[in-house]
Design a binder for this molecule. Structure first.
Ligand code: PIM
Length: 417
């Protein structure tokens, strides 16, 4: 049986008009297809997906900065929404990721300071404590499913604490995150969309009980900040605005932080020389975080929609087209990175990968994600030796999702240090 890499090579060797990002072999390992597209069709129309794909770093970077032409307004195609109102919920209103300037500024403003570098640095001891508690829960067993036992709960606990809600509802949070991922993933059936809308209503009802309590007795948490926040017109945020922002923080942030840590662990195990380099010199931890995000990041590509007829690299793109900005490919662009297919903690290229996007929509949660990844790997390397795959021959299974890249499970084994 061909392995993931071989299947992906075969998928990328097909004629251009048969290549699609929707192919599970490409999803399993997209990098061969990216290479072919960057070389032969850097602005490519994916027939099956029904969207353009932009794969070169400079093209992506330029388009991300041109929000007037490449709008975030339809990050999830609006015509495809099943509305929560159909299931007894409130309307889901725009958040910062589905809006363009100037509206974007009003929506991001109240959230900006929540995850600022200063605030995240103040959270360090507290995140470290969760990291250690989770590791304590499995370290004596010598093995764990790194996804289910670590990378799923860590960001959930952090965000639940930040929101000021109990950690006991992890299963619900996880379901609500999955619903969001399904919607942006490009494979949602009508049934999935209805399920996702119902999950959204369940989440709204959960937080609708909490918001009035925080209005009455604000504490030191994100929901209390949101109920106190003023929009740019001077008015407080409405419940629907707060709910949509919470939905975004709880779902989008979780999914991607989970996936970035799982992918980084897989990458590290596959590169024992780099794991040793990091053990030998723990000051490389920040370089490790950035290089693992560049090498294989959790957001492979996000959609923009053209507001006017336009053109990238000589390819005409009509108004109202969906255009997938392939961050995961830009991060392997040979015009930007020396030997981009090499995972190298000591690379000398400018540290400007696209894993967090660029420009107006640069990831609000970047500092928090970086902190969680850095503390995780610094601690694991300190507390464990000989970190390895538990089942070295087993094929890894990736989520069926064209936007977000993630592993379903990652069984690892280790010796206690
Ligand atoms: N998740 C974390 N930061 C950004 C995201 C995101 C944005 C859009 C779609 C899916 C995930």
């Amino acid at each position: 049986m061909p392995n993931l890499d071989e299947k992906a090579r075969l998928a990328a060797a097909r004629p251009l008009d048969e290549i699609t990002l929707m192919d599970m072999d490409v999803i399993g390992c997209p990098f061969h297809a990216y290479q072919k597209l960057r070389d032969e069709a850097p602005v490519f129309f994916d027939q099956k997906g029904g969207f353009y794909v932009v794969t070169r770093y400079e093209d992506i970077s330029k388009a991300l900065k041109d929000t007037a032409t490449f709008s975030s307004d339809s990050l999830v195609p609006r015509e495809e929404y099943v509305r929560p109102t159909q299931y007894g919920g409130l309307e889901q209103v725009d958040t910062m990721i589905t809006s363009d300037p100037p509206k974007h500024r009003f929506l991001r403003g109240p959230l900006n300071k929540l995850f600022s570098l200063t605030r995240v640095n103040q959270m360090e001891d507290y995140v470290q404590q969760i990291v250690d508690e989770l590791i304590d829960s499995f370290i004596d067993k010598g093995e764990c499913d790194f996804v289910q036992q670590y990378t799923v709960p860590l960001p959930m606990f952090v965000i639940a604490d930040q929101l000021g809600v109990t950690r006991d509802d992890l299963k619900s949070f996880s379901r609500w995150s999955d619903a969001f991922a399904t919607l942006v993933g490009g494979f949602a059936t009508e049934e999935d969309k209805i399920w996702a809308a119902k999950q959204n209503v369940e989440m709204q009802n959960y937080f609708l009980k909490i918001i009035p309590e925080k209005r009455k007795n604000p504490t030191n948490d994100v929901i209390s900040d949101l109920v106190k926040a003023k929009m740019e017109d001077g008015k407080p945020m409405r419940d629907v605005d707060i709910l949509s922002s919470i939905h975004l923080l709880l779902t989008a942030g979780n999914e991607t932080t989970t996936n970035s840590m799982s992918l980084a662990m897989r990458t590290l195990i596959e590169h024992p020389d780099q794991m040793q380099a990091l053990r030998d010199d723990p000051s490389l931890i920040d370089a490790f975080v950035e290089e693992s995000l560049r090498f294989d990041g959790p957001v492979q590509g996000l959609m923009r929609r053209t507001r006017a007829d336009t053109e990238i690299g000589g390819v005409k793109i009509p108004k109202d087209s969906y255009v997938n900005m392939r961050f995961g490919s830009g991060n392997r662009d040979e015009t930007k990175y020396a030997k981009p297919e090499t995972f190298n903690l000591c690379r000398k290229d400018e540290p400007t990968h696209l894993a967090f996007g660029q420009g107006t929509h640069f990831c609000l949660g970047a500092s928090l994600a970086r902190k969680e990844i850095a503390l995780t790997f610094a601690t694991m390397l300190r507390r464990m030796r000989n970190i390895r795959f538990r089942d070295p021959g087993a094929e890894l299974v990736y989520e069926r999702n064209v936007a977000l890249r993630g592993l379903k499970n990652l069984h690892i084994a280790f010796d206690k240090a």
